[in-house]
Design a protein around this ligand. Structure first.
Ligand SMILES: [Zn+2]
Length: 442
């Protein structure tokens, strides 16, 4: 695989580079353009942005047990279509990933996938919250982190779980939700929930758990990663903990940055726009049900500010594929979660276009910073193995089942036209997505 991307805007958060230049790839490695022979294929990349390959810290691949909604192979294809070269698969499959032999089996199934698939091991056996898994054995089999995502680690096991993860030099990925405070909730508490008559989820359900987790991380010295934060108050707690020296990182999803609880009532304005007209036909759309729930607008704006100022380390998709029969149902019966691998960059670019976050900061949160959390490196420096995405930030596409590589299309963005088309994805020196910009021989 040898070719030249000519005249691209190269944004490399690992070095701070943001410059227009040629990117030369020789047999899968980034080289000085002078090293390419004159007959090497040359791709006009003017107008394209080249960035390090994206890394998703929070992906649900549904294999084993839910292959009708997604598989390792289809999820990996969705990933590279979205510019991701690494996805971290959450362990809440059926059966859950709580066993090193299962991890080894899944890793072998993922060996030929379009993206690198890394695995997050369960914290408790069967995700039942009663006994810890063999964290060291799972780490030895390749688990990059531990989580009981879908639920927080119970009080009685939290310090032991943090200690076990620390002993294996892995972070604990915490779904921070107090089960008592969140019990029965269907959407974010507030005026919209009251008007719709849906039981509300109070922001304290997140903050109480985040404060508990931060205190335990401080007490143990372990690495805590808070996933899918959805409130400004939780971000403030992270800021304060960092000032005390707590080893904490955090991510936020694209839908908590850009969508709001008003979407449940049928609004379709981005969080940074003034609330728009409500379309009653879109109210109670089960595809707007997610845990944690879509935030109040003030919280979405606080999350955008936290992304822009660097408090938020990563954008993670929480890609949660479901078949139509689980989302096109009454709101209280809908399975929580929406797909995100193929829309994450586009939502981020919409926020960039609105002036809410600088492009290099967005790309850092998609690539270099999440990769570092699981011990992967990303760089566009000469000499590095090519692991990158080239995308057109201005071109648009329309979200449709047939334009998605995912087996599922459960997203309230269906039918929407978004900015940002990925033209080329190269994972570990191998072309894994090519939107026609490379001739077949390259
Ligand atoms: Zn979760």
């Amino acid at each position: 695989m040898t070719f030249l991307l000519a005249g691209a805007r190269v944004v490399d958060p690992s070095s701070g580079e943001d410059a227009v230049r040629d990117v030369a790839i020789l047999e899968g490695r980034l080289v000085d353009p002078a090293q390419l022979s004159d007959d090497a294929p040359r791709v006009d990349a003017a107008g394209l942005v080249v960035a390090p390959g994206f890394c998703d810290l929070h992906t649900h691949l549904r294999e084993p047990g839910g292959e009708g909604a997604e598989t390792i192979a289809s999820g990996a294809r969705a990933a590279v279509r979205g510019g991701f070269t690494t996805v971290c698969a959450m362990p809440n499959t059926s059966p859950p990933l709580d066993d090193p032999d299962l991890l080894a089996d899944l890793a072998s199934r993922a060996a030929g996938a379009a993206a690198r698939v890394r695995f997050i091991g369960a914290v408790t056996r069967g995700r039942a919250g009663e006994a810890l898994t063999d964290v060291a054995a799972l780490a030895g089999a390749g688990a990059v982190a531990f989580s009981d995502d879908g639920a927080a680690v119970p009080d009685a096991l939290l310090e032991a779980a943090l200690g076990a993860a620390m002993a294996s030099d892995r972070p604990l990925f915490e779904h921070a939700e107090d089960p008592a405070l969140a019990a029965g909730a269907l959407m974010r508490a507030g005026p919209t929930a009251l008007r719709l008559g849906l039981t509300g989820w109070p922001p304290a359900a997140e903050l109480a758990c985040v404060e508990r987790d931060l205190a335990a991380a401080e007490a143990t010295g372990a690495r805590l990663h808070l996933t899918h934060l959805s409130t400004g108050a939780a971000l403030d707690a992270v800021r304060a903990a960092r000032r005390r020296g707590v080893r904490v990182t955090c991510d936020v999803t694209p839908h908590h940055l850009a969508l709001t609880d008003a979407w449940v009532s049928g609004d379709r304005a981005w969080s940074w726009e003034e609330p728009g007209d409500v379309d009653g036909a879109l109210a109670y759309d089960g595809r707007c049900r997610v845990n944690p729930p879509l935030p109040a607008r003030d919280d979405a704006l606080a999350l955008l500010a936290g992304l822009a100022d660097g408090t938020i380390d990563a954008i993670a998709t929480d890609h949660a594929p479901h078949p139509p029969e689980r989302t096109l149902v009454p709101f209280d019966a809908a399975a929580p979660g929406l797909i995100g691998l193929e829309t994450a960059l586009s939502i981020g670019l919409a926020a960039v276009a609105a002036g809410r976050v600088p492009l290099p900061v967005l790309l850092a949160a998609l690539s270099v910073r999440p990769a570092a959390i699981i011990g992967e490196q990303r760089s566009l420096a000469v000499g590095s193995r090519a692991d990158l995405v080239a995308f057109d930030p201005v071109a648009t596409w329309t979200v449709m089942p047939e334009t998605l590589a995912s087996r599922s299309s459960n997203t309230p963005l269906l039918g929407r036209t978004l900015p940002g088309v990925v033209r080329l994805t190269i994972a570990d020196g191998r072309v894994t997505w090519n939107d026609g910009i490379l001739a077949p021989r390259a």
